[in-house]
Design a protein around this ligand. Structure first.
Ligand SMILES: Cc1cc2nc3c(=O)[nH]c(=O)nc-3n(C[C@H](O)[C@H](O)[C@H](O)COP(=O)(O)OP(=O)(O)OC[C@H]3O[C@@H](n4cnc5c(N)ncnc54)[C@H](O)[C@@H]3O)c2cc1C
Length: 325
């Protein structure tokens, strides 16, 4: 499916909504091919031999053993020993502390996540406002980022530049209608067409979420053998480059390639470990660039005069490939 990105902005004077900037500028649409992550996950899982993945193992900790292997403990499954340990356990990785004391820090942005289901039948005006991709509706250090998912669902990230404790200090009312009203009240002078995204959102989920990230350039060094990290465990970043899943996938692919190469070359731990170090070097480079991009986008999107700077960033990508989107 082809999707587009829209930047929807209020004008400097008045609060007039400009829907679909393509009418006004030829630079504001980017074409992306979208595959919903659940579908991709199923394709990947279906390609594996049965039982390759051992589900329902809640990992607690791993200890390095003198024999360059790892004893791995779970809350709900027997302890195992492995020669190679790969931490793909997300932003709050429990494997990462074996390699580095660095932990993600608060990005300055908090989200409240909402959903509008069956949007095209129930609220076609919202469906066409968002289009087939996502929209950035940003100003005054806050905004709405609605994103089309599969099955007629629009997921809306209400984004706020607030202190880390803000969501805790301003808990949402438990009644969904009150929660929606509470969120709308954060945008007192905003266009009601835009705020309809909040007004018409489902009773659940309404999920507050703090966004955490590593500094873009970071790495680690270790004396341990046969251990590495990938994806968010290695380089969680704010979602404003839209690259987290891509990075995790390419990490997995590159790591797999190194491991297969090492095994084909004899499979000695020195070869495996050499492959892991090569993999890490390329991963840090890749993730550092995207982490930088993500941080730049964050600062452009969550600014008093947003989305002016973000529009310039999008323009820098060049004209869209075709006019018939
Ligand atoms: C609000 C938001 C919006 C985003 N939007 C986008 C987007 O549009 N595009 C994009 O590319 N990226 C986006 N991202 C980022 C993206 O979700 C992540 O970069 C991506 O999911 C990272 O994949 P991962 O496999 O490394 O980690 P995860 O997806 O976090 O997977 C980690 C896995 O490890 C498992 N795990 C964790 N701890 C344990 C344990 N103790 N025992 C056993 N299993 C464990 C978890 O259950 C999970 O299955 C977004 C992130 C956020 C927060």
């Amino acid at each position: 499916m082809e999707i587009t990105i829209r930047i929807i902005m209020k004008e400097a004077e008045g609060q007039r909504l400009i829907g679909g900037l393509r009418r006004h500028s030829r630079f504001t649409h980017i074409i992306i091919f979208l595959l919903h992550r659940t579908d991709l996950r199923n394709i990947l899982l279906d390609s594996l031999q049965p039982n390759t993945i051992q589900w329902n193992h809640n990992f607690i900790t791993a200890e390095p053993l003198p024999s360059s292997s790892y004893r791995i403990h779970f809350t709900n499954a027997p302890t195992i020993t492995a020669d190679i340990l790969i931490g793909a356990d997300g932003a709050w990785s429990r494997i990462r502390p074996l390699l580095t004391p660095i932990a993600p820090t608060y990005s300055g942005i908090s989200f409240i996540e909402l959903v509008v289901s069956d949007v095209d039948n129930r609220f076609p005006h919202l469906g066409s406002l968002v289009g087939n991709g996502l929209a950035f509706i940003m100003s005054d250090n806050k905004g709405l980022i609605p994103q089309r998912n599969s099955n007629g669902v629009i997921r809306i990230y209400v984004g706020l530049r607030v202190p880390e404790s803000w969501l805790d200090e301003h808990p949402l009312p438990s009644d969904p209608a009150d929660a929606r009203q509470n969120i709308i009240s954060l945008f007192p002078d905003w266009d009601t067409n835009v705020l309809d995204l909040i007004k018409q959102s489902d009773d659940a989920p309404i999920t507050p979420r703090k966004i955490y990230a590593f500094p873009p350039a970071h790495s680690w060094s270790t004396q341990l053998k046969g251990i590495t990290l990938l994806g968010d465990a290695a380089h969680v970043m704010s979602p404003f480059a839209g690259e987290g899943v891509n990075l995790a996938l390419i990490d997995a692919y590159e790591l797999g390639r190194e491991l297969v190469g090492a095994v084909r070359n004899g499979g000695l731990m020195e070869q495996v470990d050499g492959g892991l170090r090569l993999f890490e070097k390329a991963m840090w480079q890749r993730a550092g660039e995207k982490g930088e991009e993500s941080l730049n986008n964050l600062n452009a999107l969550f600014a008093v005069h947003a989305p002016a700077e973000f529009v310039e960033i999008v323009k820098s990508y060049g004209p869209p490939p075709s006019d018939d989107v």
